[in-house]
Design a protein around this ligand. Structure first.
Ligand code: CTP
Ligand code: MG
Length: 379
């Protein structure tokens, strides 16, 4: 019989959420509900270690799983596991952190199989960073990277062996173990590893809970100014060119604007700001603020990009569509794409341009409208 211990008795302090992170919904389910569903097909018994104050909230989540029970956790993870072990009846036990909601079925299966064949099975991934032992702020040694693995959960063992290992650790007063494989290695033998999975990451910090992608959409319109208005000093812009996506494009008519009138970049900035839940460019760069008179929109875009990064996101791709009866934009599409891609840190950028078939204000040549959509990924 296979039993599972789900460690859910932490407080989730580093996640800095209003609730314990095990109750936070990601992809439609709380972390605890994710791990219960993931292990239920493989386990005849599930023992959930939780804090006393979370019990009332945990018990309803166990209802769909008749094999699940809750036990009181302890002050440390090791203590929580030890308490849960006392309730375990299965011959094999897998210990898993509720903070790893995306554990794939294959990893669970492999751990169980490894316990049956070798007595232990610990999900592990080769590290990709060079990893050093640091003492007093100085690198003491750098073990060869090929020997280094990051240990995940589940970690599976024969229940009696893990119980004996934890008992001995408690007798020795050792509280320095951060996972079960460490306790097993200290008292029983070398645990065997099985292939973990990048998806099986532990959600620890606030950004780990951010949705993996965000979408944003923005629109902007600028009117062409009349020559007479320039002459009277009413319109404030350049006379013989327009700027689109940071590219200067010759035009016999100019766009009226407080800034450089880059209508495409303005639509793009609104798309970026809305994707991170911010207010629009009118709020961040007010038209009546003299600081933005004749402003280079690409500089404003850089400020918006920094806000996007600050929010924990990068731009995966941007799609810009410009409606203009005049000037002809086709010769500038490549430059516009390059200019925006460079400004967005190498994002894939598409720029489309078209006329409005002489319909409406665009078709009558009275102005240009730009639309932009963006997709942000979590950093
Ligand atoms: N855990 C536990 N008992 C404890 C401490 C932690 O069962 N006394 C569990 C957590 O609920 C979590 C897992 O061990 O699922 C991994 O720990 P961690 O990611 O550190 O979670 P927390 O301790 O809850 O978070 P933090 O350290 O940020 O407070
Ligand atoms: Mg912790």
């Amino acid at each position: 019989m296979v039993s599972v211990i789900l460690c859910a008795a932490g407080s989730g302090t580093r996640a800095n959420l209003p609730e314990n992170k095990i109750f936070r919904e990601v992809c439609g389910l709380s972390l605890l509900a994710h791990v219960l569903s993931a292990f239920a097909p493989f386990a005849e018994e599930i023992v959930v270690a939780c804090r006393a104050e979370d019990e009332a909230h945990v018990i309803p989540l166990l209802a769909p799983f008749p094999q699940a029970v809750a036990v009181r956790g302890g002050a440390t993870r090791a203590e929580s596991v030890q308490r849960a072990l006392a309730a375990v009846r299965g011959e094999i036990v897998l210990v898993h952190d509720a903070a790893r909601p995306f554990v794939p079925a294959k990893v669970i299966e492999d751990c169980i199989e490894s316990v049956k064949r070798f007595g232990s099975g610990v999900a592990a991934l080769p590290v990709t960073d060079t990893t050093a032992c640091v003492i007093d702020g100085k690198i003491d040694r750098i073990p060869p990277r090929t020997t280094l693995f990051a240990l995940q959960t589940p970690q599976g063992f024969f229940t009696e062996e893990l119980r004996a290992a934890y008992r001995r650790a408690a007798e020795d007063g050792r509280h320095d173990f951060t996972d079960d494989s460490g306790v097993y290695a200290a008292y029983i033998g070398a645990p065997r590893i099985v292939a973990g999975d990048r998806a099986n990451r532990k959600l620890t910090f606030p950004e780990d809970f951010a949705p993996p992608a965000r979408v944003g959409f923005g629109v902007d319109t600028h009117a062409f100014a009349h020559r007479a208005e320039f002459d009277r000093g009413i319109a404030r812009c350049n006379l013989n060119y327009i700027r689109l996506c940071g590219v200067t494009i010759p035009s016999d008519r100019a766009l009226e604007a407080h800034s450089d009138g880059d209508v495409a970049v303005h639509a793009l900035m609104d798309a970026l700001l809305s994707a991170i839940g911010e207010r629009d460019i009118g709020h961040h760069f007010p038209e009546n603020d003299p600081a933005y008179l004749g402003a280079d929109s690409m500089e404003l875009l850089e400020r918006v990009r920094k806000m996007v990064y600050g929010g924990g996101f990068f731009v995966q791709n941007a799609s810009i569509s410009i409606l203009a009866e005049t000037p002809r934009l086709a010769p500038y599409i490549g430059q516009m794409r390059q200019s925006i891609s460079a400004a967005l840190g190498g994002a894939t950028v598409g720029v489309a341009a078209g006329t409005n078939e002489k319909l409406g204000y665009v078709g009558e040549g009275r102005g240009i409208t730009a639309y932009a959509a963006v997709l942000l990924g979590a950093l």
